[in-house]
Design a protein around this ligand. Structure first.
Ligand code: COA
Length: 179
């Protein structure tokens, strides 16, 4: 049993991470595209990928937020992660909606589809008044996902989890989303 619910969208299953996702998860995180976008250091390997999976799953238990593993319905393939993130950081803006896909599944609308479900969950199930997304200023693909979901840029600042570069702070109000 886990506190992470399994949900479905048109083309995706959003489910808890499993130990046997590790190879697919590490393969995704190890692509040049993901290393560049997320600034993953070269010496981060499979052990850190496993720790990250445990971190996402554990957050569901502790906080009721976390990322789901994303499965493409038609193939059953693991394609990435998305969900809600609320770490213990004094300068974190609030519950964050985030996404990361293996590059083989970019350009298909999957991040936006999973993001829509995460936004719905954040408002309807978690009762948040506002959701956020923190995005590095050069991550244009991620900014486009946020825009498609209705987020607007409200601030740009350096956050303690990554003190060397500023992040854009994107926000979506519940009232705007409802309308
Ligand atoms: C950020 C990231 C998830 C965006 O992926 P993406 O594929 O660009 O975004 P989406 O899944 O929403 O797909 C949108 C694209 O699919 C296209 N598309 C095709 N079929 C579609 C459909 N049925 N519905 C919606 N869009 C569709 C859209 O037109 C758009 O095309 P474009 O790339 O030519 O503009 C991806 O680049 C990534 O994983 N980056 C690395 C990790 C990362 O940076 N995460 C964010 C940290 S803040």
């Amino acid at each position: 049993m886990t506190a992470c619910p399994t949900l479905e969208t048109n083309r995706l299953i959003l489910r808890p991470f499993r130990d046997n996702d590790l190879e697919s998860y590490f393969t995704m995180m190890d692509t040049p595209e993901l290393r560049k976008s997320l600034r993953i250091p070269d010496d981060e390997g499979v052990s850190e990928a496993w720790t990250a999976m445990a971190w996402w799953l554990g957050q569901w238990e502790l906080r009721g937020t976390g990322h789901w593993a994303l499965e493409e319905k038609i193939s059953g393939s693991f394609i990435g992660r998305a969900g809600l993130h609320n770490p213990e950081r004094h300068d974190w803006p609030g519950v964050e909606v985030g996404w990361a896909l293996h590059p083989d599944w970019w350009g298909l609308g999957y991040a936006t589809e999973a993001g829509e479900e995460a936004v719905r969950y954040g408002f309807e199930e978690l009762g948040q008044a506002c959701l956020f997304s923190t995005i590095l200023v050069d991550n244009h693909r991620s900014q486009l996902v946020a825009q498609r979901l209705g987020f607007v840029l409200v601030d740009t600042k350096t956050l303690s989890h990554y003190p060397t570069e500023p992040h854009g702070i994107w926000a979506l109000d519940r009232e705007l989303w409802t309308a």
